[in-house]
Write a protein that binds this ligand. Structure first.
Ligand code: FSO
Ligand code: SF4
Length: 549
């Protein structure tokens, strides 16, 4: 049987090889087809903008923002809305059509840059052999092209958040577009593509730095904060995803209305920012990681705003309470529009919240976070003293994503059984596997230091670089630092490429290695960077800490 679709961009891909009938995430084949077409025409637009830059022309921000939003819309669990994706294809073809006449020399531009059609053509074009992952026959070239494309999707997501705070970096956008165009270039060798993957990691560091600067300039440096897990008796709105600007606007608009605001999943770190936590109606964090949302959203009772992935297609019972904005979309759910720099109007959510019951309590208690770079630097003396005195033996980076696979219970058990003189450094939703275990502290330093969202892995890199400096080491790999990272979607790919660019070796990646790594590409990563999967908890503890674990 011919596959109805082919997607293998996330960790939960069917059979660890590829979703071919329907997405494990809920992505239907017709949406997958349009997403493939959207990636294709976005690469075409990127080939045009790259050529224009080579010819000395400037490319406007609109094109940059279109490319990043398009990529973001194709990330796992971001947008399931066929019409929204088709509208993006149309917008992209229009942009390409407007820029193409400005190109002096069109020779060598790929077919993706020259193709044009109307919505009536999209289905047939999406099914054409040149569109989609399988358009590349050679499995190593395909693997590298997809590795780069997925890294660029993650980078685009982080750029988009910075753009929403009116921070742009033309260098990053130009790179995203050049690299996208390069994935259509049959003249590039496997070695060229490996080099481009590492270059993507370099720009990943820049992208995370841009977002870090945007977030901290807007909201201050994260600081140690105790976050409530319980609920109050007021009607409320739940905000999920990663976009802090959306949350800020919602907090401003709900002030004084009697409507509380709670964070969910990757929005938890919002509580750590001085300018966000000062809102008294930002009450706490509700529930766990993204994949538990069906049960948790049901019980929240009020409206839920999805600012980014990860969206799980909703149950009918709460579909009318689920709202999307930005790159997200779900058919049948209402979408809040708003360009960068414009105030979005969240009044329909506030009106709906006032008609809803308060949230049902899921748990009580608190958790502590806010250990981004400046906060950890402020504690540096205590940390260094604890290492020198032998009270802290090692740091274990357990950043990344959570997901629904049963095998992810590995991370809970691994965290629980870590030697008591180790400290976990985390960022991203992976933390929900162990952040409520009460793992204690070492001389007042918590054993789980949460730096924030997955993009705040940048903080973890800065912390590692600072420790290297303090201990007078030449190589980051000489630190007492273990990387045991969980991945799920494409933002984790840019974090991984960024870490490789920074020279980090021997990263363990789980719960399974990416299906999009061909055996030869996996071999390159193993031989050059010591990348490995995970084993059993027993074996891995022994590997990292010897037989004392
Ligand atoms: Fe998680 Fe989803 Fe942040 Fe991802 S909520 S899985 S890597 O979107 O982006 O960590
Ligand atoms: Fe499958 Fe993941 Fe692609 Fe969804 S995003 S279709 S689960 S590989």
């Amino acid at each position: 049987m011919d596959p109805k679709m082919f997607c293998y961009q996330c960790q939960e891909t069917a059979g660890c090889t590829g979703c071919t009938v329907s997405g494990v995430c809920g992505k239907r084949p017709e949406v997958a087809a349009l997403q493939d077409l959207l990636v294709y025409v976005t690469k075409g637009l990127s080939a045009v903008t790259t050529r224009l830059r080579e010819e000395g022309m400037q490319v406007g921000r609109e094109a940059n923002h279109l490319v990043t939003l398009n990529l973001f819309a194709t990330i796992t669990n971001a947008n399931f809305d066929k019409e929204a994706i088709a509208a993006r294809v149309t917008q992209t073809l229009e942009a390409t059509g407007a820029l193409l006449p400005q190109v002096r020399d069109v020779s060598g531009l790929p077919e993706a840059a020259l193709w044009s059609g109307t919505e009536a053509d999209y289905e047939a074009k999406a099914a054409a052999p040149e569109v989609g992952v399988l358009a590349t026959a050679d499995e190593d070239v395909r693997s590298l092209r997809e590795l780069i494309t997925y890294g660029l999707k993650g980078l685009a997501a982080y750029s988009k958040h910075a753009n929403a705070l009116l921070q742009d970096d033309e260098g990053i956008d130009a790179f995203i577009q050049r690299a996208l165009a390069a994935t259509l270039d049959d003249g590039l060798s496997v070695d060229d593509l490996v080099a481009l993957a590492l270059e993507t990691g370099r720009h990943g560091v820049d992208g995370m730095a841009l977002l870090d600067a945007a977030n901290t300039q807007a909201y201050g440096n994260p600081e140690i904060t105790t976050v409530s897990l319980g609920v109050r008796g007021n009607p409320a709105i739940l905000v999920s995803g990663h976009d802090l600007r959306d949350l800020e606007m919602l907090l401003q608009q709900t002030a004084g209305t009697g409507v509380d605001v709670y964070t969910h999943s990757e929005m938890l770190p919002a509580h750590y920012y001085p300018a966000l936590k000062e809102h008294p109606h930002l009450v706490g964090n509700y529930g766990g990681a993204w994949w538990r949302q069906r049960e948790e959203f049901e019980r929240f009772n009020g409206p839920i705003l999805m600012t980014t992935n990860c969206v799980v297609p909703p149950a009918a019972s709460y579909r009318d309470r689920l709202w999307t904005t930005g790159a997200t979309g779900v058919p049948g759910c209402r979408h809040i529009e708003g360009a960068y720099g414009e105030a979005k109007d969240f009044s329909p959510l506030i009106e709906q919240a006032l008609r809803c019951d308060p949230p049902e309590e899921l748990e009580t208690g608190t958790i502590v976070g806010g250990f981004a770079h400046e906060q950890v630097f402020a504690l540096a003396d205590a940390v260094v003293d604890a290492v020198k005195a032998g009270a802290i033996r090692a740091f274990v980076v357990m950043a990344g994503c959570d997901g629904r696979m049963r095998s992810r219970s590995y991370y809970t058990e691994f965290a629980e059984r870590l030697p008591k003189d180790t400290v976990i450094l985390t960022a991203g939703c992976a933390k929900y596997r162990y952040n409520k275990l009460g793992l204690g502290d070492i001389g007042g330093i918590p054993r789980v230091l949460d730096a924030g969202q997955c993009n705040d892995s940048y903080s973890l890199a800065l912390i590692a670089l600072r420790l290297k400096e303090v201990f007078g080491l030449d190589d980051i790999n000489d630190l007492p630092l273990v990387f045991n990272i969980a991945w799920y979607e494409q933002k984790a790919v840019i974090v991984l490429l960024a870490l490789l660019y920074l020279g980090v070796k021997n990263i363990h990646l789980g719960p399974t290695l990416p299906a999009f790594l061909s055996p030869n590409v996996a071999k390159v990563l193993v031989e050059n960077f010591g990348i490995a999967g995970i084993g059993t908890v027993d074996d891995d503890l022994r590997l990292f800490f010897g037989d004392v674990a």
